[in-house]
Design a binder for this molecule. Structure first.
Ligand SMILES: NC(=O)c1ccc[n+]([C@@H]2O[C@H](COP(=O)([O-])OP(=O)(O)OC[C@H]3O[C@@H](n4cnc5c(N)ncnc54)[C@H](OP(=O)(O)O)[C@@H]3O)[C@@H](O)[C@H]2O)c1
Length: 326
């Protein structure tokens, strides 16, 4: 059975990755990395974790534990320093290996990439559109996943200069770390745009689509879930056919029938994504909306999906795709 180490297991995406790895029938968790919880038992993270799991070790020790699969759920600057163990599948949930052009890191991530020469070794992978092609996998960002799922199948059928993405996410997208911008006193009963024109997912979306987009993220006063509403001008064929065709075989991405609206409630706590297409006859625009859970398809769910593919396993093992939670 392939073994798993999780770096940054104490963070939101690390904990969600752990939850999926524990329910995965073909994976065994052998190392939990956290610098802040080093030496503590797994239950220090969550009381529901009991004695069958190993105690926390440092992230460095978890990386060196000899696991077949490493999930790196670290901050961007820490992940950029990673030296992948030879032979292991490494899925990096951060943005540290997503951009092919190292020169973009100072402007969009605020640091000079410490290992620019390795970026070409990592495959940026959304399984439904571009599956991983090697053992080093850059897991896409949550907003980027939603925007790319909605727009990539439409490339060539829309006016590239017309694309506007109005996106909204719950506060868990900002991580467990305490920040004034995710303080309850600011977030509750409030909705606000942030990092307009400077959000680090904008170059990632442009890299995948091949053209820049106007991307405006907003913070919602909810814990989890993300909605990307994409406004486009169609130039040719039926956009619905393109979306239907792209996701016809997917167990993860649902293209909704006409008249059904995407809902955060249906994707929260799951690894699924929903896409809806609307026409606006008075302006000739089309609107494509993608809903997903930022910690599910936007992070841990997609990370497991990518790891499954790299290991030659059924892509959906360990994913949360069933149930009718209210
Ligand atoms: N949250 C999302 O929806 C999401 C979606 C896609 C990708 N990602 C990416 O995944 C990576 C991890 O994100 P995350 O949301 O899981 O971040 P996070 O919750 O802030 O955790 C990241 C790391 O920060 C440290 N940490 C945890 N709690 C902390 C606290 N209270 N104070 C200070 N540090 C703390 C932990 O490392 P140590 O214990 O080792 O110190 C933890 O592993 C990031 O690169 C992020 O961009 C996140």
């Amino acid at each position: 059975m392939p073994t798993v180490a999780i770096l940054g297991a104490s963070g939101y995406s690390g904990q969600e990755t752990l939850d999926r790895a524990l329910r995965h029938p073909e994976l065994e968790v052998v190392a939990l990395g956290s610098d802040s919880l080093e030496g503590e038992s797994a239950s220090a993270l969550d009381l529901r974790l009991n004695g069958s799991l190993p105690a926390f070790v440092s992230n460095e020790q978890a990386l060196a534990a000899g696991a077949d699969v490493v999930f790196a759920c670290l901050g961007n600057d820490r992940a950029a320093l990673l030296e992948p163990p030879p032979g292991a599948v490494v899925v990096d949930l951060s943005g540290a290996h997503r951009l092919k052009d190292a020169a973009l890191y100072p402007a969009w991530y605020g640091f000079e990439h410490p290992r620019p020469g390795v970026l070409a070794d990592w495959s940026y992978a959304i399984p439904e559109l571009f599956p991983p092609s090697g053992a080093l996998i850059a897991n896409p960002g949550c907003y980027a996943t939603a925007a790319i799922l909605a727009l990539e199948p439409l490339r060539g059928a829309i006016d590239e200069g017309s694309v506007v993405i109005d996106a909204k996410s719950g506060v868990s997208g900002a991580g467990r770390e305490l920040k004034a911008s995710s303080h309850a006193g600011f977030v509750l009963d409030n909705v606000s745009p942030y990092r307009v024109g400077t959000h680090q997912h904008a170059p990632e979306i442009a890299q995948a689509l091949g053209f820049p987009v106007c991307f405006v993220p907003h913070l919602l006063p909810i814990r989890r879930g993300l909605l990307a509403t994409c406004y486009v001008k169609p130039v040719s064929v039926d956009l619905r056919d393109l979306l239907d065709e792209a996701y016809a075989d997917s167990a993860v991405v649902r293209v909704l029938p006409e008249g059904v609206n995407p809902e955060l409630a249906r994707v929260q706590h799951t690894d699924a994504a929903e896409i809806a297409l609307y026409e606006d006859p008075s302006t000739g625009r089309a609107v494509v909306v993608c809903a997903l859970d930022n910690l599910g398809k936007g992070a841990a769910g997609q990370a497991l999906q990518n790891a499954n593919i790299a290991l030659g396993l059924d892509e959906t093992l360990g994913l949360r795709l069933t149930g009718v939670l209210v």
